[in-house]
Design a protein around this ligand. Structure first.
Ligand SMILES: [Zn+2]
Length: 282
């Protein structure tokens, strides 16, 4: 968390406010969050520059600057990127403050400080392995059923682990992977290459559907996710399986189970999502 829908909500909120704003100063309270370059060089690359847009690739947020450099944020577990005016309270976990020319602030806050921040020059995307190797993302034109079929066919991973690998599909995390598999009625421990064409088509539709729902609900908030103004999402009220262990399946009323797949907690309906395949009672 946050996953693609949450990062997209943050992007949309920030885009309205940051476009064209000039950064006049940067305060760094925890230099180790900046993975490239060092904190002093980071400031030199950013101070005095104008923010020309707010973009997203997978779960990365990108702020292109008018000198061709790009600010990159990955929020990981608990990072927050907040637009704050002088009269608003500042997040107590603030780690980096970008002072804007109009007196407002862009705040990077992080309770567990696992997030990562970069300033890159043109052509330096290779410095972030995860950004350089992102697969197509849900709802994008290059994410097609044919693409999904071709990458699934080469993978002996369990399907849950396959979906979390950002090289295959970018933007899915633990919540939306479980939700997509529930929607598609596919057991999370199935082997990727063993899904049949009907299941792959169901999975393709399901991935796009759960991501779209997450965005339209303003994202999913369990603990830490906040949008760019500190608000919560509502998608946690509409989840099929994630976080619902022991609660009835929305389709068949069987209690939802939680297991570990590839070290990640995984929620599924044991009746709708059969390990031997052919599950589909929704
Ligand atoms: Zn069920």
């Amino acid at each position: 968390m946050p996953e693609m829908p949450e990062v997209e909500i943050i992007r949309r909120g920030l885009a309205e406010k940051l476009q064209g704003k000039q950064i006049v100063n940067v305060e760094v309270f925890l230099p180790r969050l900046i993975k490239w370059p060092g904190a002093d060089d980071f400031k030199a690359m950013v101070i005095g520059r104008q923010i020309t847009g707010v973009e997203r690739r997978g779960k990365y947020l990108l702020l292109p600057l008018d000198n061709g450099n790009t600010l990159v944020f990955h929020l990981r577990m608990t990072g927050r990127l907040l637009y704050v005016t002088p009269e608003m309270a500042q997040d107590v976990y603030k780690k980096i403050i970008f002072h804007l020319a109009d007196g407002d602030f862009l705040l990077y806050a992080d309770t567990r400080t696992l997030g990562t921040v970069y300033a890159l020059q043109p052509g330096e995307a290779w410095r972030i392995a995860g950004l350089n190797n992102l697969g197509p993302e849900p709802l994008a034109p290059d994410f097609t059923a044919a693409y999904l079929q071709s990458v699934l066919g080469k993978s002996r991973s369990k399907i849950k682990s396959f979906l979390l690998n950002q090289k295959h599909i970018s933007g899915l995390g633990n919540i939306y992977a479980d939700e997509a598999l529930a929607e598609a009625a596919i057991h999370p421990q199935r082997v990727a290459a063993e899904l049949d064409a009907v299941e792959i088509q169901r999975l393709y539709v399901a991935i796009n559907k759960v991501i779209k729902e997450g965005i339209s609900d303003g994202g999913t908030t369990f603990r830490d996710y906040r949008n760019s103004t500190g608000g919560r999402g509502h998608h946690q009220e509409h989840l099929r399986v994630y976080g619902r262990r022991g609660e009835p399946c929305l389709t068949c009323k069987t209690p939802i189970e939680k297991i570990e797949v590839g070290g990640r907690g995984t929620h599924f309906c044991p009746k709708c999502q059969l390990l031997e395949g052919k599950g589909k009672c929704m």
